[in-house]
Ligand binder design. Structure first.
Ligand code: 4AD
Ligand code: MG
Length: 465
């Protein structure tokens, strides 16, 4: 056992050695999330002092340990004078090992309190350099500058736990459906989603870029393995400051040989429903801490409404005519944020908009045989104004058409030679989609901005810490 594990008694190790052997009284180490299992018994918690209220002979420390927070009570009469003095005036975020008995308390946020018996301080935060994040309101810039500390706040920790649940749910779902995880490279020789948002990297003598999407590579692993997915960081040099855009974000991308657009829409609605229901079941306390209206999430069950781009455009024109939308939507454009917000606000589930004009979408999308001006693609717009969370399509499977598109888009043919091979050797219809983790976290948590959905957000103006 390390010193941290040892039950704190306020004595030093040397004192202990000089005493006769004591009966073992070491209480079990536990976490705040698990504290309820130890009701009525002594436990040992390891964490940090989140806050401390003092009232004469009573001290009310709040401890946090990464799994939650719990209030402690230290009566002057119930602890040694030494322990009382050690805790009194203890600075916020000092690291501590606490021994105490677990007591059920209906008024306590988690349902339990700790009757403190002992506190060992591992590191005391200096009085003249107090923890910078106080319980008062701070500006967002200040908080982002201190993001390495801000993530300790209960709210931010709850968001990160929910993010982890979402990532795990996404993987579990695809794994259970027989998808094989195939990682795609981050250093790539060419664009996937438009040259204007590429991050250049000096690759020895060559020019390389950070990947915008694993899609092109998993099209090839899908031809090898059938049903695959990639899950990794993706990069876009987005020069716009919006609440939905990061320059580095995580995308999960399933890709399926022989899939049609209908197959993709079915997968997208099942996938998203599974993820939302998993978070509701697994993270109820975190959702509560965030004040999330969970009734809105309960409603997220497949099937989702599906409308064509044309229908969506008509809805926007009508909304503009009735003064519900400020800016007029021009048919043939991609939707702007206000357009997406308006469209999604008309439904209580994510909205699937399919068959956009090919001209506003990526070069690789399969045209609709009924109207080749349209692409066999789908965007899934989250409710409550969270915008596009999934974008996907069928991929062009004809060699001639793909060659033409690469040329029309001014893309470097050499860099795509391998991609064209996929249409040369047993080409089949196929498709997939990408889901942006941060946008899904923002939606499920009900956050204003994606910057709080990832431990260290990368945006146009920030790459520190
Ligand atoms: O619609 P996008 O650009 O699609 C693709 O990249 C396809 N190659 C994916 C595929 O078919 N395999 O991006 C997919 C999703 C978006 O719906 C959005 O959720 C997220 O990625 N996304 C971003 N999230 C945060 N910041 C950004 N700058 C994002 N750009 C896209
Ligand atoms: Mg998109």
């Amino acid at each position: 056992m390390s010193g941290i594990d040892a039950p704190g008694t306020g004595r030093t190790a040397q004192d202990d050695e000089s005493r006769p052997a004591q009966p073992p009284t070491s209480p079990p180490v536990t976490t705040i999330a698990e504290i309820g299992r130890h009701e009525g018994r002594r436990v040992l918690l390891r964490g940090w002092l989140y806050n401390l209220r003092e009232s004469g002979k009573l001290l009310f420390p709040i401890f946090r340990d990464g799994t939650g927070t719990v209030q402690g009570v230290a009566h002057k009469a119930a602890v040694t004078a030494e322990v009382f003095e050690r805790l009194r005036g203890l600075t916020r975020e000092s690291s501590v090992v606490v021994t105490g008995a677990v007591r059920a308390d209906k008024r306590a946020p988690g349902g339990y309190e700790i009757d403190v018996e002992d506190v060992v301080v591992l590191q005391r935060v200096a009085e003249d350099r107090p923890y910078p994040i106080t319980l008062k309101q701070h500006g967002v810039e200040f908080l982002m500058e201190h993001r390495h500390l801000w993530i300790r706040s209960p709210r931010q920790s709850a968001i990160l736990r929910i993010r982890a649940e979402i990532v795990k749910a996404a993987r579990d779902y695809l794994d259970a459906q027989g998808f094989v995880l195939t990682d795609s490279p981050i250093l790539t020789p060419a664009a996937c989603e438009g040259a204007s948002t590429l991050f250049p990297v000096d690759y020895f003598e060559d020019q390389a870029y950070l990947t915008q999407s694993g899609q092109l590579y998993i099209e090839s692993t899908a031809m090898a393995l059938g049903k695959v997915y990639s899950f990794g960081p993706t990069f876009r040099a987005e020069k716009s400051k919006t609440r939905r855009h990061l320059t580095e974000f995580w995308m999960v991308e399933p890709e399926i040989a022989f899939a049609t657009l209908d197959d993709l829409m079915k997968l997208a609605e099942e996938f998203l429903s599974f993820i939302v229901q998993r978070v509701l079941a697994g993270r109820p306390r975190d959702l509560e801490l965030l004040g999330r209206d969970t009734a809105k999430l309960e409603a997220i069950r497949a099937p989702f409404p599906r409308i064509r781009y044309d229908e969506a455009a008509a809805m926007l024109a009508e909304a503009h005519a009735h003064g519900l939308l400020e800016e007029k939507f021009e048919y043939g454009n991609d939707f702007g944020s206000p357009d997406e917000t308006y469209l999604s606000s008309q439904f209580d589930r994510p909205l699937m908009v399919h068959r956009y004009p090919a001209s506003v979408k990526a070069f690789y999308m399969q045209p609709d045989p009924d109207n080749p001006k349209l692409a066999l693609c789908v965007d899934v717009l989250a409710p409550e104004g969270y915008g596009e969370v999934i974008g996907g399509s069928q991929r062009i499977d004809s060699l001639e058409l793909l060659e033409r598109r690469i040329e029309e888009h001014g893309l470097p043919r050499d860099a795509f030679a391998w991609y064209l091979d996929l249409r040369r050797y047993g080409s089949v219809p196929h498709g997939g989609f990408g889901m942006g983790i941060e946008r899904v976290v923002a939606w499920i948590c009900g956050l204003e901005h994606v910057r709080e959905t990832i431990p260290f957000a990368r945006t146009l103006n920030r790459i520190y810490p």
